[in-house]
Design a protein around this ligand. Structure first.
Ligand code: GUN
Length: 293
């Protein structure tokens, strides 16, 4: 069994990005610039955005954090997005989700210029991904593809089961695993809450990508000997022994599943650290104008 170390891989990639940025600066170019809009004071969102700002520092990027109170109107938020769309100093930006209930997340996402949509959430980027055109890939699936590549996990002709059909993980993950080339060329099945015989389908998979958000859902009996298991779950489970009051729990019963696997990614330290790195890579691509020429 080989453990897929997302923390180490993410640190390696951040170093690679930082070297590229210093080379750009030496050539007289400005540093890539990522902006983030954070509405309100949600604990999880505060942590995610702080980690994104920290990753920008490590990569040598400029970052701008725009904070708004949660009584901001949708029109005010859309006006802020318009300013970022038009600001030539900003290469890419994100609006951290979730947003307060009175604001339409879909309207907000569609207001972002696809050329600056480094989250890859705009329908233009989603559509381009689905037909294999250059685009900003969503962070989590992109990070998983990078892990599969760097660990030389075989994917061609493999049976891949994706558990979960969310717009930001399950659906794009299935799209990328079935695309031509490596990593890809897999035969993909997507399972969800209405799937019958999910356990049996899962047990036939060479690659299981679990993105349900149900702690410990994937049991040893559902995993074939020699399979690769990628755990995307990051559910906060109350834990009074921790200073934070919670621990992160994956979708996989790691202790019992790991001995059967060829490769397995843990939680924490697997997919999680890779998602922020994907955002950094998209920002670098935006700064270099490499997606929309
Ligand atoms: N909230 C949880 N994950 C994400 C993400 O990847 N991007 C944004 N903008 N918000 C999120």
């Amino acid at each position: 069994m080989q453990l897929i170390d997302g923390k180490k891989t993410a640190d390696d990639i951040k170093r690679e990005i930082a070297m590229e940025v210093e080379a750009m600066v030496a050539d007289g170019l400005r540093r890539p610039h990522l902006a983030a809009i954070l509405v309100g004071h949600d604990g999880g969102s505060e942590t995610y955005v702080a980690n994104k700002v920290k990753a920008c520092e490590v990569c040598g990027f400029t970052s701008t954090l725009i904070r708004k109170e949660d009584d901001i109107t949708e029109d005010e938020l859309l006006a802020e997005i318009d300013r970022l769309n038009k600001n030539p100093e900003i290469d890419g930006f994100i609006v951290q989700l979730p947003l307060p209930k009175h604001i339409s997340e879909q309207r907000v996402i569609e207001a972002i210029d696809p050329r600056k949509d480094v989250d890859g959430f705009h329908p233009v980027n989603v559509g381009r991904m689905s037909i294999g055109l250059p685009c900003f890939l969503p962070a989590t699936p992109s990070g998983i593809m990078e892990l599969l590549k760097r660990y030389d996990v075989p994917t061609r002709g493999m049976r891949c089961v994706v558990l979960g059909r969310s717009n930001i993980v399950g659906k794009p993950m299935a799209t990328l695993m079935m695309q031509k080339g490596y990593p890809g060329d897999a035969t993909v099945t997507v399972c969800h809450s209405a799937t019958k015989n999910l356990e049996a389908i899962c047990a036939e998979a060479d690659i299981v990508i679990a993105a349900l958000g149900v702690p410990g859902f994937v049991k040893a009996s559902m995993v074939k000997e020699g399979a690769t298991v990628i755990d995307v779950g990051t559910t906060r489970v109350p834990d009074s022994s921790r200073k934070s009051g919670f621990r992160l729990s994956g979708d996989v019963d790691f202790e019992n599943v790991a001995p059967k696997c060829a490769f397995i990614s843990p939680v924490p330290g697997g997919v999680g650290p890779m998602t922020i790195v994907s955002l950094m890579r998209n920002t670098l691509l935006a700064a270099k104008g490499e997606i929309y020429k």
